[in-house]
Design a protein around this ligand. Structure first.
Ligand code: HEM
Length: 499
């Protein structure tokens, strides 16, 4: 009898416990951060809308925004309520006009244990960040970002690159890694003060860590999910994926630390050769010395290297794929290059106005193949209003850059790859403020000037030197690339023949 009573009590407690847990979960899922929070799908308890989002999250969200929720909408992702801005006007309003509210960063689970919230990319928007970003920007500008000094350097590196390719045995080649080498060399020269030969072991180590860090798509997916359901980091396979990701980050830092130490040993205040020297100078003699710490320096170097390598090289890789998909444009561009540069003249940004077809093609690649389709999330720093909605402090806000580039209200047949949309009736290149691959506002890309220069000069140099043909059949899609931390084309091979 007593046993029966005990059994009954326990089964009742269990039932109640389960009921309470279910109610808490339902309440959490149902409750919005504010009655005027932007509308959006709430999905199912615990997972939110995660199971309903395509691997190309930006495309699903844009569709939801067009079909039902409008330009400013929310999506419940796991435990988090995030906001997506799906039109140029919404992004401009938040990230430019209300930038004092919308420029923060949140803690990133997949990086935090290795990087904290230091460096440039992950740093919250405070006075320290402004000093660091201004310093980095001034340094790049002084080094000639967007000017002829930097152009010379990109051209010299591009020349090394084509010479390296010319020496390779004639066979089909996948240029992805070699392009990454080339672009990494450019950023290393500015930042670390040296370029590396393609077989240098330190350089290979750095590149391999980058490749591992940016990861394979399925590993990346596991660490990305942790941003929304952090509790999963206690369980496999998420625990292992996170550990590995953090180790890749530490590997990059381990290569950079000794380079900084070497600079410290050889530092001469009257001979500033690179970013590290300039930083050490600021550390010793600058007016805001406390902001310039050793840890901050190493993570800034990591940021410039990581942010500056995969993005630009990926866009050039996409541009080559685009050419192979559109032989009519291949022909037109080569004709333009032959007319303006011939076989020997060095590519130059000064000639860009004479090359509208090449520029229009690159512009269409930047529209169509978005390296960071939803940018890097911003954190709303104070309770604020946006388009009549309430956005509480602490909310993560994404700019759906892909959504802007494929907005049917701006672009006719947005899914058609068509460079002619960037050329006016007089045959001149037409700039569009609604192509924003580098984002906008105070958190916009630091390296836009350098990246634009790299893509233009290297793309032309390759076409001036080689005849490029496809060695992969069928070619991967230009529209559906590989979704990892950075969106890239799926691998393909080409044959290169000297022109
Ligand atoms: C085609 C090439 C590139 C693309 C498409 C690109 C795109 C972007 C985007 C979308 C962001 C996020 C902006 C935001 O949070 O709103 C960003 C941030 C950043 N990029 Fe780039 N980027 C490229 C090349 C580069 C290069 C070459 C460098 C280095 C010199 C660089 C350094 C950075 C840094 C440091 C940030 C963080 C800025 C901040 O948090 O304030 N990027 N980039």
């Amino acid at each position: 009898m007593a046993l029966d009573i005990l059994k009954l009590v326990f089964s009742t407690i269990n039932l109640w416990t389960v009921l309470v847990i279910v109610c808490v979960l339902l309440w959490q899922w149902w409750k919005k951060p504010h009655p005027r929070f932007p509308p959006g799908p709430r999905g199912i308890p615990i997972l939110g809308a995660l199971p309903f989002v395509d691997v190309y999250m930006e495309r699903t969200v844009k569709k939801w925004s067009l079909d039902k929720y409008g330009p400013v909408m929310s999506v419940r992702m796991g435990q988090k309520e995030v906001v997506f801005l799906n039109t140029y006007e919404a992004i401009n309003q938040a990230f430019v006009k209300q930038s004092s509210c919308f420029s923060g960063r949140s803690k990133v689970v997949m990086m935090y244990d290795a990087l904290g919230m230091n460096g440039l990319i992950l740093k919250d928007h405070d006075s320290d960040f402004k000093i660091q970003k201004q310093f980095a920007f001034n340094y790049l500008k002084q080094s000639g970002m967007g000017k002829s000094e930097m152009e010379n350097f990109v051209n010299i590196e591009a020349q090394y690159f084509v010479e390296f390719l010319e020496k390779l045995p004639e066979k089909a080649i996948d240029l992805r890694l070699d392009l990454r080498n080339l672009i990494a060399n450019i950023i290393c020269k500015f930042v670390l003060g040296k370029r590396y030969e393609y077989d240098d072991t330190t350089f290979r180590k750095l590149l391999e860590s980058l490749q591992d860090e940016l990861g394979k798509a399925d590993e990346t997916l596991k660490v990305v999910i942790l941003e929304y359901i952090p509790i999963l980091s206690k369980f496999q396979p998420f625990k292992g994926a996170l550990k590995q990701h953090l180790q890749h980050e530490r590997n990059i830092l381990a290569v950079l630390h000794p380079i900084v130490e070497e600079h410290k040993q050889t530092f001469v205040k009257t001979d500033i050769k690179d970013y590290i020297d300039a930083y050490l100078y600021e550390q010793k003699y600058g007016s805001s010395m406390s902001s310039f710490t050793d840890d901050q320096l190493v993570i800034c170097l990591r940021d410039l290297y990581v942010a500056g390598t995969e993005t630009s090289s990926g866009i050039i890789y996409f541009a080559l794929l685009g050419l192979l998909h559109h032989p009519d444009y291949y022909e037109k561009i080569v004709k333009e290059i032959d007319l303006i540069l011939g076989a020997d003249k060095t590519p130059s940004m000064l000639l860009k106005n004479d090359m509208p077809i090449t520029r229009a093609f690159i512009q269409e690649i930047l529209r169509y193949c978005v390296a960071l389709p939803v940018g890097i999330p911003h954190r709303c720093q104070v309770d604020t209003e946006l388009f009549g909605y309430r956005i509480p402090a602490g909310t993560d806000v994404f700019a759906n850059i892909w959504g802007v580039h494929f907005d049917p209200d701006t672009w006719k047949d947005p899914e058609t790859f068509d460079p002619s949309r960037h050329i006016d009736e007089e045959g001149k290149f037409k700039h569009s403020s609604k192509i924003i691959p580098f984002a906008i506002g105070p958190r916009a890309c630091l390296g836009e000037g350098l990246a634009r220069m790299e893509v233009f000069l290297i793309f032309i140099k390759l076409l001036q030197t080689f005849k490029i043909s496809a060695a992969t059949d069928p070619l991967p899609s230009l529209y559906r690339g590989e979704q990892s931390l950075i969106y890239n084309a799926n691998s393909f091979k080409v044959n290169l023949t000297s022109r």
